[in-house]
Design a protein around this ligand. Structure first.
Ligand SMILES: Nc1ncnc2c1ncn2[C@@H]1O[C@H](COP(=O)(O)OP(=O)(O)OP(=O)(O)O)[C@@H](O)[C@H]1O
Length: 525
């Protein structure tokens, strides 16, 4: 075909740049090149010098498949040839494969005799990264004119193929990331407790509501005392909803420092404030396509409540320091152990936000009202803790011990039960083998922990002893938390620093030291 160089370059470039998929691009350009040279097959290869591997990235052929078979590894002689750059500067013509060690090895592997090759060495900024191989069956098929035409296409081929390789790498990383995401999400699901114990008994009506609301996009408000399992129910709603393969982002509104609430929830742009060195997505943006679980919603500051209301109304967020609204598709599940209506009356919670969140309220009953669940929960926690603590033989629980658990009032609900099982297991580890779990240490309900009117015959505890005991019981109830809305200081109606000061005076340990002392105490009793 007679054609001028300009037209040839233009038509070929259109085909080379026209596709991000290497195979389709090679097929397209091969058909065009066939008009000018014997381009029976096109192969795109990269070379890895560290292990002498010539790797085929894509091929296109006029036969059902390319006749070339690439060696897993180049022979030392062939590798030396490639590394020394003996292929020539831009295009190499090999009409007699026996003259060139790489071609000889490829031809041998292909079991095709004879073959001719035209090689285009791909380079960007002087750095070579691979080659395009045009091959045909026969001898002495390629001429100088073919090499000249192919040389014209060096830059389009190098640029397009470098982009294709980068694109393939991005796709590979994307696949790996979504693979990792799926794996981590399922791990997280197991850790955060996908299993809801009590579905058949105490939580039956709750699970019925979960089944009703899960497939819809309605916002859900979970109510109930601390430790009843609000997060477990939030998990159940998300994982049985249509959004189950999307993210489930959890936020403890009570634990967010007030000056960072907006940035944590809505993200920030680079330079939005001192210390905002990079752009960061907030939790709402991360929850796009999934669910956001706003725990302790009653503790959200009023300014953040206003922004949250806007997210619900407009379904968009604005990063701190950024002007453009970003669309988000999220379902909100919020939870609180506090009386939100009371907070509305006290003006510390926005009434309009309460209406928005309270679309489908679910109140989870405390454990003392669903004692039938206790045996199954205990069994579940024994299995979970044994797995975590790598205890092979699961200890037994006598019916006396189980009755004791059922009789207990469980002010700290399921979390308190879980902690009691853990303590009993730690004690069992230190005790006589096969003794079974003993629950002597479950905290008494606060009302029973100290007799209010001691009789004359009784030893009267000192004021310090009563105080010490009371503080310890409240700490137990609050999971050793001092600060915050669920903390012991709040429950006792004192300032956290006052409580710490008092604890120091009464020699009550706190923080990590307290946990360690408790474990030791459990083991030695
Ligand atoms: N029905 C249940 N089945 C299995 N585990 C449960 C159940 N309910 C609660 N738990 C476990 O008890 C612990 C406390 O539950 P969770 O954190 O869901 O309570 P919560 O009501 O969200 O507490 P808080 O009010 O402090 O946020 C968790 O370890 C959870 O896995």
């Amino acid at each position: 075909m007679a054609i001028n160089d300009m037209e040839f370059f233009h038509q070929a470039s259109k085909r080379i740049y026209g596709n991000l998929d290497a195979k389709t691009m090679l097929a397209d350009i091969r058909k065009y090149l066939e008009n000018f040279m014997p381009a029976e097959s096109l192969d795109l290869n990269t070379y890895e010098p560290e292990n002498r591997i010539l790797r085929n990235i894509a091929s296109a052929s006029c036969y059902s498949e390319t006749p070339l078979r690439y060696p897993a590894r180049l022979s030392k002689e062939a590798a030396r040839f490639v590394e020394k750059g003996s292929y020539g500067p831009v295009v190499s013509m090999i009409n007699r494969s026996e003259m060139q060690p790489v071609a000889k090895q490829v031809e041998l592997e292909a079991k095709q005799h004879p073959l001719c090759f035209l090689l285009l060495h791909l380079k960007i900024a002087g750095k070579s990264f691979g080659e395009l191989v045009i091959s045909a069956r026969g001898r002495d098929l390629f001429r100088k004119e073919h090499a000249r035409l192919l040389e014209l296409l060096h830059d389009p081929f190098s640029i397009a193929i470098a982009n294709i390789l980068k694109h393939q790498e991005v796709l590979r990383l994307q696949k790996k990331l979504s693979d990792d995401y799926r794996y981590l999400a399922s791990e997280l699901r197991q850790i955060s407790g996908a299993e809801v114990i009590g579905e058949e008994y105490g939580l039956k009506p709750i699970m019925e509501m979960v089944r009703q609301v899960a497939p819809l996009d309605s916002h859900v408000l979970l109510l109930g005392e601390t430790g009843v399992g609000k997060e477990v129910i939030a998990n159940a709603i998300h994982y049985s909803s249509l959004r189950h393969s999307g993210p489930l982002i959890k936020v403890n509104c009570g634990a967010l420092p007030e000056n960072l609430v907006d940035s944590e929830l809505f993200g920030h742009e680079k330079g939005a404030y001192t210390g905002a060195g990079t752009t960061r997505r907030g939790r709402f943006e991360r929850a796009h396509g999934g669910t956001i679980f706003l725990d302790e919603i009653g503790d959200l500051p009023l300014s953040a409540q206003t922004r949250l209301l806007r997210v619900i109304q407009d379904k968009t967020i604005e990063r701190v320091g950024g002007g453009d609204p970003i669309k988000v598709d999220i379902r909100i599940i919020s939870a609180t152990h506090r009386n939100l209506q009371q907070l509305v009356l006290e003006k510390s919670f926005r009434e309009d936000l309460w209406f928005r969140l309270n679309v489908f309220p679910i109140t989870i009953p405390p454990l003392r009202h669903r004692k039938a669940d206790i045996p199954a929960l205990v069994k579940h926690f024994v299995q979970r803790k044994c797995r975590e603590m790598r205890i092979r033989t699961h200890p037994t629980i006598s019916s006396i011990q189980m009755k004791k658990l059922i009789k207990h009032d469980w002010p700290g609900n399921v979390r308190e039960l879980e902690n009691s099982v853990e303590r009993a297991l730690i004690r069992a580890l230190a005790g006589t083998p096969n003794e079974g779990l003993i629950f002597d240490h479950i905290s008494m309900p606060l009302s029973q922990s100290q007799p209010l009117c001691p009789s004359l015959e009784q030893d009267v505890p000192t004021l310090d002893e009563v105080m010490r005991n009371h503080i310890e019981n409240v700490l137990l109830l609050c999971n050793n938390r001092i600060d915050g809305p669920n903390g012991a200081a709040g429950r006792l109606g004192v300032n956290p620093s006052t409580l710490r000061h008092r604890m120091r005076k009464l020699s009550i340990t706190f923080g990590k030291r307290r946990k360690a002392t408790e474990n030791l105490a459990c083991q030695s009793t």
